[in-house]
Design a protein around this ligand. Structure first.
Ligand code: FRU
Length: 542
């Protein structure tokens, strides 16, 4: 990677160089966190020879890069080792199930096991002699059958996995079961199907507890859990999920809500976040979610920079008290990187005001703010049930005045505010109660014209008695991950400012509503660099 790169992140996971996409097989195993990912070792674009790169960590924040775990080598994966997952089998033996892009460019599922279980880093993986262990069933396109999940074990002792698939425009999820993890039977009835929406990539299927924030192991089945099915819609590049009831005896998943193709659908993140995957961290009894954050920069720039793609900060996920949606929050370990802190307490933000948060390194910061709201009755009226949040937030919306809001943060902003990414709320009265719009607007994030500058948004219902609303943003040079209402809504942005870089980046709080809002408290911390190293170098330091 060339020196002096103001957009290269300092505490998000990135490979040392070249291209990265999906997170693969994250796991906690005997004191070590393992992270694999889709990687092109030969360049900063998606490549012909995709490998499973491998890194390990003791805290999910500082990482040691190891040699690749899987590289194309056999007829069944010679055109790429694609995404997959790890399952910890009996006697604590981890197994990778991954998709091979075979010598005919068909997608098949393969198994790999660690060579030496006493190696704490599990550096070497051996491909199973009976690979491929699954091929596409009839009714599924042979080159669109990929991305096996972590397996779960039923009461009958059999393992199950689901796999993403497609036939024509119809997306499908195929359920497979096995007694020994080598011989698999594919269920002819899809576990989930969605017509006319294209391929369902990278499914994830996991239980969540109905009370509390603790996670549960993937095989747990009892009355105090619900299940989540997550699908990555390839055409949209967005992460849809469904809550529901898994009935193991019928191998059936009943979703609570149907897919509508509208803004009512649940997404893990309404921004740039894709191909995500969870794992159960049994050390801390939590379920952790990783997601790939794509570039908004041009391919030409990716090639000049020498890298493309990064991972979100791992997020803890759990079921909201309402039972109707998931909640997400950056893992607590990221707080170890918090350095110099500034606070603002009890400050009035009258309509049209902008307040700078100074004294921190605004290009790499963790900021949490709690806004105190005026009486909601004064909120603007919004007619119609179904609104298009992204349309509501269209260009420059943050700078146009409303009543309660827009208010929020201006991140990675230049001093003259010609560049800024606005992350904000705006409150509406609707026929069905109060709604809050949350938006992250990249349209003014850079003076550069050649970038893909998106406006991401969603709305959520709020209680008429709500007094405060919270926002946290993790800002790291070219990424902003924002969490509204304590993790109820997540929006991730990838931005490439041309002025607001390094010391010339600033952070502001703003209110463009006619109603005053208060900053009841704001804390912002400059963030230290996470450590990324190769094994030899790290061992020398110790
Ligand atoms: C999702 C995806 C997967 C596939 C992998 C290949 O981003 O297309 O479906 O396994 O990337 O790198």
């Amino acid at each position: 990677v060339p020196e002096n790169q103001p957009h290269r992140t300092c505490y998000h996971f990135q490979p040392p160089h070249n291209w990265m996409n999906d997170p693969n097989g994250p796991m906690y195993y005997k004191g070590v966190y393992h992270f694999f990912y889709q990687h092109n070792p030969f360049g900063p674009t998606f490549g012909k020879i995709m490998v499973w790169a491998h890194s390990v960590s003791y805290d999910l924040i500082n990482w040691i890069h190891l040699k690749h775990a899987l590289e194309p080598s056999e007829p069944y994966d010679i055109n790429g080792c694609y995404s997959g997952s790890v399952t910890i089998l009996s006697e604590e033996k981890p197994a990778i199930l991954y998709t091979g892009n075979d010598n005919n460019k068909n997608q098949v599922q393969n198994l790999a096991m660690p060579k030496n279980l006493s190696d704490p880093y599990l550096r070497e993986w051996v491909k199973h002699s009976q690979n491929p262990v699954m091929v596409a069933p009839s009714g599924i396109e042979m080159d669109n059958f990929r991305d096996p999940t972590t397996a779960w074990k039923g009461n009958d002792g059999k393992w199950r996995v689901i796999i993403g698939a497609k036939n024509g425009d119809d997306g499908k999820v195929i359920l497979c079961h096995s007694e020994d993890f080598v011989h698999w039977i594919l269920d002819p009835i899809p576990f989930y199907a969605i017509d006319n929406y294209g391929m369902c990539e990278c499914p994830d299927f996991f239980p969540v507890s109905i009370c509390g924030t603790n996670g549960v192991d993937t095989s747990v089945q009892n009355s105090s859990i619900r299940h989540v099915l997550k699908l990555s819609y390839q055409n949209e590049q967005q992460e849809h999920y469904f809550l529901g009831k898994y009935q193991p005896d019928q191998e059936n998943f009943m979703t609570d809500t149907k897919f509508t193709g509208t803004s009512l659908d649940l997404k893990l993140d309404y921004g740039a976040f894709y191909a995500s995957k969870t794992f159960f961290d049994y050390a801390k009894k939590r379920r952790i979610l990783w997601g790939w954050v794509q570039e908004s920069d041009t391919t030409k720039d990716d090639i000049e920079k020498g890298w493309a793609g990064l991972q979100s900060i791992p997020r803890q996920v759990w079921l909201d008290k309402s039972g109707k949606q998931l909640m997400q929050w950056p893992i607590e370990e990221v707080e170890k990187l918090r350095d110099k802190q500034v606070s603002i307490l009890g400050k009035k933000l009258i309509g049209g005001s902008t307040l700078q948060v100074s004294g921190i390194t605004a290009s790499q910061v963790d900021v949490e703010v709690l806004f105190e709201l005026p009486e909601l009755e004064s909120a603007e009226w919004l007619d119609g049930n179904e609104v298009d949040p992204e349309l509501l937030c269209s260009e420059e919306y943050a700078s146009k005045s409303g009543t309660i809001g827009p208010f929020g943060l201006l991140a990675l902003a230049s001093e003259d505010l010609t560049e800024k990414t606005a992350i904000f709320f705006r409150i509406y009265r609707t026929p069905n109660g109060y709604k809050c719009l949350m938006c992250s607007d990249e349209s003014r994030s850079s003076l550069r014209q050649d970038l893909n500058k998106r406006t991401y948004a969603t709305t959520f219902d709020i209680d008429p008695n709500i007094k405060t609303i919270s926002l946290r943003s993790l800002i790291d040079r070219s990424i902003i991950e924002s969490f509204g209402e304590e993790g109820r809504v997540c929006l991730t942005n990838r931005v490439y400012p041309s002025l607001a870089i390094d010391k010339d980046a600033h952070l502001y709080v703003f209110n463009n509503g006619t109603q005053t809002v208060f900053i009841s408290k704001l804390n912002a911390w400059s963030m230290k660099h996470a450590e990324f190293g190769y094994e030899e170098k790290i061992e020398n330091i110790n």
